[in-house]
Design a protein around this ligand. Structure first.
Ligand SMILES: [Zn+2]
Length: 208
């Protein structure tokens, strides 16, 4: 399957559910057309293509909780789908270690893979500074609001996206006002829907 290109923006053709309400469809187990990984829980449809939530939110900057879900960053070295694949793996690994996946949290105790994963996240998150310099804000909602007037100010959003504008997933995704992202990560890990998302595979905990 040839993957589709993806840049941050507002997909006006997206169906109603992308705005933040019940998004769970019978597409669990199918492949995201943008990053090529399994769509998982709460998959979306973007431009009539199946999407995982990370690729979906990048094209859904009009979502009501978008500023909790993504931050705008400047990352010309990496495409939006490649960023999403990387962030997904960071979140899968953090959850498997029993850690929070939220980008502003710190590891429960430093060292080893925990430090590496959180450091990788922090480096990506800090790329929002460059976006503030360019746009005056790293809030996705500000960009969504501005999309309708940017053209009149001679700012080409496609050039911004081509230059390096990316939506960095924070590790949260809201449905009906509730953060369900941990369940989504659990679905990517292949855990059953009723499994505790924070369940630690650490055998030492079972012994204790
Ligand atoms: Zn995807």
């Amino acid at each position: 399957m040839k993957l589709k290109s993806l840049t941050p923006g507002v997909d006006t053709q997206a169906s109603q559910h992308v705005a933040g309400e019940a998004v769970a469809e019978d597409i669990t187990g199918t492949t995201c057309h943008f990053c090529g990984l399994t769509a998982g829980l709460h998959g979306m449809r973007i431009s009539q293509s199946i999407s995982c939530v990370l690729c979906g939110v990048a094209q859904s900057l009009h979502r009501t909780m978008i500023d909790e879900e993504v931050r705008l960053i400047w990352l010309p070295e990496m495409s939006q789908p490649a960023l999403n694949v990387l962030v997904r793996q960071i979140h899968i690994d953090l959850q498997a270690l029993g850690e929070s996946v939220f980008c502003d949290d710190n590891p429960s105790h430093p060292g080893g893979m925990r430090t590496a994963l959180y450091t990788a996240q922090r480096i990506l998150r800090e790329r929002s500074d460059a976006i503030v310099e360019k746009l005056g804000s790293s809030r996705a909602s500000d960009l969504a609001d501005a999309l309708t007037v940017l053209s009149s100010r001679h700012v080409d959003v496609q050039n911004l996206a081509g230059g390096g504008l990316r939506a960095f997933p924070t590790g949260r995704f809201f449905v009906g006002g509730l953060n369900v992202y941990d369940e989504i990560v659990a679905s990517w890990r292949g855990l059953p829907a009723d499994a505790k998302a924070t369940e630690s595979p650490n055998p030492l905990k079972k012994v204790a």
